[in-house]
Design a binder for this molecule. Structure first.
Ligand SMILES: Cc1ncc(C[n+]2csc(CCOP(=O)(O)OP(=O)(O)O)c2C)c(N)n1
Length: 618
């Protein structure tokens, strides 16, 4: 398998992090493990203790090598090698249910459950998922990669087990980051109050991406009260054991053997090191190589991605510039400062930067409070995670007409992280919030223009939403809440939103080669819609709207409603809305998924021709 071939770029593994047990006089033979490729939980359970150290080392090498080819979640997986071995040796999956919160840290679990050979397909179309996935293995129980759900699943599974008078164990592995999410606390409250027999393994590495914001994380934090976790869980009615060294297999297995005997709910607190054993990960202060694109295993340096820029970078730079003139601006992240472009802001304005933990609902309600207190909070968040905070956005912010700015990253199809990372609902939802302005930049240069516009609007919330895709550069930008006309034609009118303006432009070029003249508008403001754009659309026989959100209730449907409500002499144009069907899209490259749904230039041009021809539009 190509991914196993480390070649000349040997990874910078830390030898002292790899050997277990520390029996230097008689190092065990690695051959007993039959390599990472042939593993199953049964084989792992049958291994002698001496074989586990070399196996852990081999797994770490494999992880670095495989992820260097495909990209993926590295740091979290390097940290749970021993923990995953201990869990699969102490429990009998899938009879015992092992739940992994979020699921990004399950590469080792995948290796131990016979999937090592598939790692060259990680995160690719039809390949191995970057999270747990029920289609892949009976050892995987869920595929929602949103954090803080495992304890709720565990509570439900354990209640179901007890009602069925079954005896298997239900084990939830949750990171200290995922424990900061409100859902986790709701589940803990129930588990403790009902004395539900769940084994909770708290994998405390002190970090989410960045250091975890919580008084319960004690890993590498001598400033924290060591008794706080025991007191906290105890008060909820949950027994507590630990902390134990999560890289000492003997200690881990002994602790697991003890907690299994507990008749009620119990937390085993495990200290691990994120990125353990791979120096570039251990040295990465921002995120311990939590996630990374393809990289050179010898150095940990990401492979060059060309000269392109991202919307995230444009936002990060624009926010820092605006902050200098607007002391009332605050930035809020739910545990993703780097991925949301806030690192520079957090360095320059630490007192105006808040990381709330993986707590999107709290982030938005707290933003409402900050706005009530006279500040201008900017909530930087992924589209898919904003789903969590819909209620807070709609009522706590929207109902109160508060001037909170939402900067929504990874909107639309994100692709390689699979169905639960696509941000396809935001347009349909945000355009239904009374008084909310929704802007979608189509280029790098539009980000600062729109951010300045958002800051100038104090009468209610404003959202900017942009995709993960590389940001196109454009010498022309729009202004205010106006749409921008990109091409003027006579036959067909494309109204494109955000990144889809590019597809509309290439459709127009294709049509021009066939003698068809297309108008193209960059919608810019999904709400409120620009009346000038709507008026211009009405002079065409065919109007095609294009967006990368769900088409049902999306921007196209708002446009169609607005056009139909306009009183014009003569017949209305044919209006066709193009966007995403209501579906969960399997992982793959974003643009390939969009193309498979007809959302690229050539197919939009075909659609325009098919609609125009019978009407004699040209
Ligand atoms: C609701 C939600 N918000 C944000 C994320 C993005 N995210 C993925 S993993 C992660 C950090 C998880 O930290 P922790 O649970 O401590 O696990 P670790 O990676 O440190 O092992 C975050 C913020 C997510 N998956 N779900």
């Amino acid at each position: 398998m190509a991914a196993l071939d480390i070649g000349t770029s040997a990874p910078r593994l830390r030898s002292d992090a790899l050997a277990w047990p520390a029996d230097e006089t008689n190092p065990p033979e690695c051959g007993e493990t039959a390599s990472v490729l042939g593993l199953s939980p049964g084989r792992v359970r049958a291994l002698s203790v001496q074989a586990l150290g070399p196996l852990a080392a081999e797994i770490r090498s494999f992880l670095v090598s495989a992820v260097s080819e495909t990209g993926g979640h590295l740091g979290s997986n390097l940290g749970v090698v021993e923990l995953t071995l201990a869990l699969h040796r102490s429990f009998e999956s899938p009879r015992d249910r092992i739940l992994w919160d979020t699921g990004h840290q399950t590469y080792v679990h995948k290796i131990l459950t016979g999937r090592a050979r598939e790692f060259h397909t990680l995160r690719r179309a039809k390949g191995l998922s970057g999270y747990t996935n029920r289609g892949e293995s009976p050892h995987d129980l869920v595929e929602n990669s949103h954090a803080s759900t495992a304890l709720s699943y565990a509570y439900g599974l354990a209640r179901a087990r007890d009602l069925a008078q079954a005896t298997h164990h239900v084990v939830a592995v949750i990171g200290d980051g995922a424990l900061t999410g409100g859902l986790s606390y709701e589940a803990l409250s129930n588990i403790g109050a009902h004395s539900t027999r769940v084994i909770i393994v708290l994998n405390d590495n002190g970090r989410s991406y960045a250091p975890t914001v919580s008084s319960l994380t004690t890993a590498a934090r001598p400033d924290m009260d060591a008794d706080a976790p025991a007191d906290f869980f105890g008060a909820l009615g949950i027994a507590y054991e630990g902390p134990v060294d999560g890289h000492d297999l003997a200690e881990l297995e002994a602790a697991l053997a003890r907690v299994v005997e507990n008749p009620g709910p119990v937390v085993l607190h495990v200290h691990t090191e994120k990125g353990r054993g791979y120096l570039p990960a251990e040295d990465d202060d921002e995120k311990r190589l939590h996630d990374i694109g393809p990289f050179d295993p010898a150095t940990g340096v990401a492979r060059a991605r060309g000269a392109t820029a991202s919307f995230t970078e444009a936002f990060g730079a624009a926010l820092v510039r605006e902050a200098a003139n607007h002391p009332e601006l605050m930035a809020i992240t739910a545990a993703m400062p780097g991925s949301c472009g806030l690192i520079e802001f957090s360095r320059r304005y630490p007192e105006r930067f808040i990381d709330v933990g993986i707590a999107e609902q709290h982030a938005v309600a707290a933003a409402a409070g900050l706005a009530m207190g006279g500040f201008r909070p900017v909530v930087a968040i992924y589209s898919t995670f904003l789903n969590r905070a819909w209620d807070q956005l709609y009522y706590d912010v929207g109902l109160h007409g508060l001037p909170v700015i939402f900067c929504i990253d990874r909107a639309g199809i994100t692709g390689d992280d699979g169905p639960s990372h696509n941000g396809v609902m935001d347009l349909a939802l945000l355009t239904k919030v009374p008084g909310m302005t929704v802007l979608a930049p189509s280029s790098y240069e539009e980000i600062p223009v729109m951010l300045a516009q958002a800051i100038s609007m104090t009468s209610g919330p404003v959202a900017l939403r942009w995709p993960k895709t590389e940001a196109r550069h454009s010498s022309a930008t729009g202004e205010g809440l106006s749409a921008r006309q990109v091409h003027v034609g006579r036959h067909v009118c494309f109204l494109g939103l955000g990144k889809m303006v590019g597809a509309c432009e290439s459709a127009a070029e294709e049509l021009a080669r066939r003698g068809v003249e297309a108008t193209v508008w960059d919608i810019r403001a999904a709400s409120p819609l620009d009346p000038v754009m709507l008026c211009d659309a009405l002079r065409h026989q065919v109007v095609i709207t294009v967006e990368d959100g769900v088409v049902a209730g999306g921007v196209g449907s708002s446009i169609e409603r607005a056009l139909r409500a306009t009183v014009v002499p003569g017949p209305l144009p044919v209006i066709v809305s193009c966007g995403l069907p209501l579906a969960y899209f399997p992982q793959g490259r974003a643009d390939e998924i969009l193309a498979s749904l007809g959302l690229d230039g050539p197919q939009l041009a075909q659609k325009a021709l098919a609609l125009c021809a019978p009407r004699g539009a040209f």
